[in-house]
Design a protein around this ligand. Structure first.
Ligand code: HEM
Length: 568
């Protein structure tokens, strides 16, 4: 996976350089003017780490990003400066929200005016051509339309439940691939490639309606790099035009970012259109899957409220990215925990064995497996995949505990600092699912029509009035909160419960444990992949092999039609 450092593009032609210097001076003037904005009486500006003239804290940010330590740097500043810290990246002022109560106040209660996104010229306007819900401004009508469609067709509890058979299918294939690999039970077996195939295939089926059958399918890399391209331009300092938007007024010939962004979008559209055609063919033949979002969109006379077929195809590509990468990161955090905390693993296996000794676990078993629910919460607390939040923008001046946050400020939910604050979570660096004992809340709605759902005491975590009681902030907050949490909970539970049912997750013979936080196992963010985790999967006992074989054969028969469709 490319690191942040590799995306910092600072090579400029002499003309662009000259223009940059001019823009820099103008930007400085604007910035100084903005900072000179009157402070409301009785308020103060947010504390800020000392920076350099013009570039502010950018050198520290780049240094930390190069070392994959951004989250740790922001945590240090959170400890030093308090619940709201201003970090300047050149002309961009980023406000890191480092406390649960501040998240509630700023992102939840003021959601109407804190749910916009920054203007991202390269990523949103060029690479995604304003078709990607994640990057769209809240004032763009497409943002609401896409969220509505996603909720109705993909992420509502009903839609997430409808995709459960796919979870069972893909995880059975994964387990089978592990036990039948000639290198099974050895460190040489590439478990990660198998995990990746299953996660990407799971969401490829839910979106375009085609599986990914091979570990080396080019679609996996294509999706990863395409989505990465759309995200990388949002990183501070990554694209000069974001720091100096005035450069966007230059003619096209002087805008390399615009040409590169458009080319990337055209390539993605061609990729999506090819798959959309195959989806249309499947509809015509009557073989389109009931779970396939694109097929349902194309058969809806209103196209799910979207503008055109290109948008329908494109949003499905972006959805695979949003879902698969964060799910992979979740799995990474889980595996890292199991390696370092074998006692937790054994306790979880004992709970699974007591409920399902001779079949694979399914989502509905979660109700009877409270310790596994605690593990889910603890993985998302311990290794939140989006550790520093995806930035929102303040649409008007705000106040929190006497601090003035100006209109236009970038707002980052610092999930890492909140989750690792010793005042909120005792011994926060330890992986300790027991800290959630008795908390049977789901991220949002309770399980199916479970007894918990009927229990008025069982409020949902994200809606709790008291944010100190909320389990974690891995899915963000406010109106921009991740719509995918029902899907994520189901896919994570089915995935990791089956993994624990079948295998012992063991360290490789030469592994050094515990894995230190700073050792490079985490990549650009905690939970993203840095160095290979030194783990191996070892079948717990031979009786498991028969069960896996039987369930696999059953699933292959159930999904015969899927397998005939060919790779995405
Ligand atoms: C473990 C899994 C996941 C994690 C940790 C995660 C986390 C996040 C976070 C932190 C955000 C930004 C929220 C904000 O701006 O406050 C986000 C946005 C989003 N996520 Fe997820 N996500 C996960 C899985 C999924 C899945 C499975 C889907 C879809 C099926 C999905 C779809 C989206 C979309 C569409 C957005 C953009 C929302 C918007 O900007 O309005 N995510 N996610």
């Amino acid at each position: 996976m490319p690191g942040t450092a590799s995306v910092l593009d600072v090579s400029l032609s002499p003309i662009t350089l000259l223009l940059c210097i001019t823009c820099l001076l103008i930007a400085l003037l604007i910035h100084t003017k903005r900072n000179a904005k009157a402070l409301t009486e009785g308020l103060r500006w947010a504390p800020s780490p000392p920076g350099y003239p013009v570039v502010g804290n950018l050198p520290d940010i780049i240094k930390a990003a190069k070392a994959d330590r951004m989250h740790l740097q922001m945590q240090t500043w959170a400890k030093e400066y308090g619940p709201v810290v201003k970090v300047s990246a050149g002309t961009i002022d980023q406000y890191f929200i480092n406390e649960d109560k501040a998240v509630k106040e700023i992102l939840d209660k003021h959601s109407a005016t804190t749910s916009d996104r920054p203007r991202w010229i390269y990523s949103n306007e060029y690479v995604c051509d304003q078709k990607n819900v994640l990057l769209l401004s809240a004032s763009h009508p497409r943002w609401k339309n896409q969220r509505k469609m996603i909720n109705a067709m993909v992420t509502s509890p009903a839609a997430a439940d409808a995709a459960l058979p796919l979870n069972n299918f893909e995880t059975a294939r994964f387990l089978h691939a592990v036990i039948t690999d000639p290198l099974a039970n050895t460190p040489e077996q590439n478990v990660w490639a198998k995990l990746k195939r299953y996660q990407y295939s799971l969401f490829a089926l839910q979106t375009f309606g085609f599986p990914i059958n091979n570990e080396d399918s080019p679609s996996i890399n294509y999706i990863f790099y395409s989505v990465f391209e759309s995200i990388k331009g949002t990183l501070p300092g990554a694209k000069i035009v974001e720091t100096f938007p005035i450069l966007e007024r230059l003619p096209m010939v002087l805008k390399p970012w615009a040409r590169a962004g458009r080319a990337a979008h055209e390539q993605d559209l061609a990729w999506c259109r090819e798959r959309m055609q195959r989806c249309k063919d499947a509809i015509a033949k009557g073989t389109a899957l009931p779970y396939c979002t694109l097929a349902r969109l194309l058969q809806d006379p209103k196209l799910g409220g979207l503008d055109n077929e290109d948008e329908a195809a494109y949003i499905n590509l972006e959805l695979i990215g949003a879902a698969a990468d964060t799910s992979m990161m979740t799995m990474w955090g889980f595996l890292e925990a199991m390696l370092s905390y074998p006692a937790v693993q054994q306790k979880a296996q004992a709970e699974i064995d007591a409920i399902v000794p001779d079949r694979l676990p399914v989502w509905e078993d979660l109700e009877d497996m409270p310790y596994l629910r605690c593990i889910m919460k603890e993985v998302w607390r311990w290794r939140p995949p989006v550790a520093l939040g995806h930035p929102h923008v303040a649409q008007e001046d705000l106040e929190y505990k006497g601090i003035q946050i100006p209109k236009g400020a970038f707002l980052h939910l610092n999930a890492w600092a909140i989750h690792h604050d010793e005042n909120r979570h005792k011994d926060p660096d330890a992986f300790m699912p027991e800290r959630y004992e008795g908390d049977d809340r789901s991220v949002s709605e309770a399980l199916l029509a479970s007894k918990n759902a009927m229990n008025p005491e069982s409020q949902q975590a994200i809606n709790l009035a008291d944010p100190t009681q909320r389990d974690h902030f891995a899915f963000g907050a406010g109106r921009r909160i991740c719509p995918g949490y029902h899907v994520a909970e189901r896919s994570f539970f089915v995935g990791f419960s089956r993994l624990l049912w079948a295998f012992d997750i063991k360290p490789e013979p030469n592994a050094v444990l515990p894995l230190p936080q700073d050792s490079g196992f985490n990549g650009i963010m905690p939970g993203s992949r840095g160095k290979d985790l030194p783990f191996m999967l070892v079948l717990r006992d031979e009786s498991k092999r028969n069960v896996i074989e039987q369930e696999y054969q059953q699933e292959m028969a159930n999904f015969e039609v899927v397998l005939e469709m060919g790779d995405l």
